[in-house]
Design a protein around this ligand. Structure first.
Ligand SMILES: O=C(O)CCC(=O)C(=O)O
Ligand SMILES: [Fe+2]
Length: 312
């Protein structure tokens, strides 16, 4: 584990009272400190956030900018043991951007309950596809852009499995050779709900197939050039086929790239404790849940912050 990397807010603030533990003003390497430490897990993706409690999450004016900057730098942020209420989770997310309130099966708008129990979530069957590496929002129903960020809080965890894994698609792009970068700049890929659902339901009923095909498929470039200027690869379970390539060669290319992106040394696996909150940058990461039993008590409060950046 790398040494602690404290983070400074974008603006200098001299008017704050010290944090109770006195860390304010004692940042290693100089700069302004607000008592928040971003502790990277290693060279790859992910970091622990220390010093942000529930109050600061919802009311400290410095926190949104710190979180967004740390998210861009680390991909995944872990807040341990906060036990966020659904309302607090949504309020925190609203400070980061516009929250998706469309789900409708949880009493708190902005919360989608992740569970394999169909009596609690009518769309639970679809969640088995989260066991495969994916990026959320590559096959939107309308002309929407992929979500910017997703937050999960663990209400209950699985006895076995159910960890959530993350891998950077920025790192996947950066790991390409110059020749590959040039070649892949022109490649386009069709994404579909059918492709991701087939991975977990290879023999669908006619009705399932019709439901999947009802969702429009979507063509995206393989390489996403972000507004920031960074580039990432758009990969994962929703990839259906490469435009203009025969199915076998296209699949081989996508599988090879996915395998490289998600090589074990590039993956952060979050082993949940009840009360943990994790946020990830959906635009620059692949994620998946490690399989867990359909009868597992695992339940997660999920909130998504909408994106405004097209894949281009
Ligand atoms: O259940 C999980 O760990 C992840 C589920 C997922 O893919 C998501 O929330 O987007
Ligand atoms: Fe997901």
């Amino acid at each position: 584990m790398r040494a602690s990397t404290p983070v400074s807010p974008p603006e200098r603030r001299h008017d704050r009272a010290p944090a109770p533990d006195g860390r304010m003003g004692t940042r290693e390497g100089g700069g302004v400190v607000v008592g928040i430490t971003i502790r990277r897990f290693g060279e790859g993706v992910g970091a622990d956030v220390e010093g942000v409690d529930v109050d600061r999450m919802t009311s400290d004016p410095a926190v949104p900018a710190i979180v967004l900057e740390a998210l861009e730098d680390n991909g995944v942020l872990v807040f341990r043991g906060l036990h966020l209420d659904p309302e607090v989770q949504v309020a925190f997310c609203q400070r980061l951007g516009e929250v998706d309130t469309s789900s409708g099966h949880h009493p708190v708008a902005g919360i989608y309950l992740i569970t394999l129990d169909t009596s609690k979530n009518p769309s639970a069957d679809y969640l088995r596809a989260t066991f495969e590496w994916h990026i959320d929002g590559c096959t939107p129903s309308a002309d929407e852009f992929p979500q910017m960020a997703t937050v999960l809080t663990a209400l209950a965890i699985a006895d076995h499995g159910g960890e959530t894994e993350f891998a950077s698609t920025y790192a996947a792009y950066e790991g390409l050779s110059d020749e590959e970068k040039a070649r892949f700049a022109r490649i386009r890929v069709v994404h579909s709900l059918e492709a991701s659902q087939r991975m977990v339901t290879p023999d669908p009923t006619t009705r399932q197939l019709a439901a999947w095909r009802h969702q429009p498929s979507k063509e995206h470039p393989l390489v996403w050039t972000h507004r920031s200027g960074r580039r990432s690869l758009v990969l994962g379970a929703s990839t259906d086929h490469v435009v203009g390539m025969d199915a076998t060669s296209g699949r081989a290319l996508l599988d090879d790239l996915l395998g490289r992106a998600t090589a074990p040394e590039r993956v952060y696996r979050h082993e949940w404790s009840v009360g943990d909150t994790v946020i990830w940058d959906n635009r620059g990461l692949l994620h998946r849940a490690a399989p867990y039993d359909p009868d597992s008590p695992r339940e997660m409060l999920r909130t998504t912050v909408l994106g405004d950046e097209p894949i281009q």
